[in-house]
Write a protein of this length. Structure first.
Length: 88
């Protein structure tokens, strides 16, 4: 469906107190961090950044050229190289 859903967990009492929330307040945190990378990034609106970085790495490492079929990015060789990359 194209929708990404993550759970909502209750904020623990000690954190709620540190945040200055009153006793009658229920605070929740959206747990996007528990989603797989693609869904987690999509939930934050940054999926394009992942694709752009993957393309740049493939071009830099000559695993891909502008004239290649980009389906080559689904190969095991590319997956191995991209598994070493991180986006923060």
């Amino acid at each position: 469906t194209g929708r990404t859903a993550s759970t909502l967990d209750r904020v623990q009492d000690d954190l709620r107190t540190k945040l200055g929330l009153g006793g009658g307040v229920t605070a929740l945190v959206k747990c996007d961090s528990d989603l797989p990378v693609c869904a987690s990034v999509k939930a934050r609106g940054g999926l394009y950044e992942v694709f752009a970085r993957a393309e740049a790495v493939c071009l830099e490492k000559q695993l891909l050229s502008d004239s290649n079929d980009y389906r080559l990015m689904a190969s095991d060789d590319v997956a191995e190289v991209l598994s070493q990359e991180h986006i923060v």
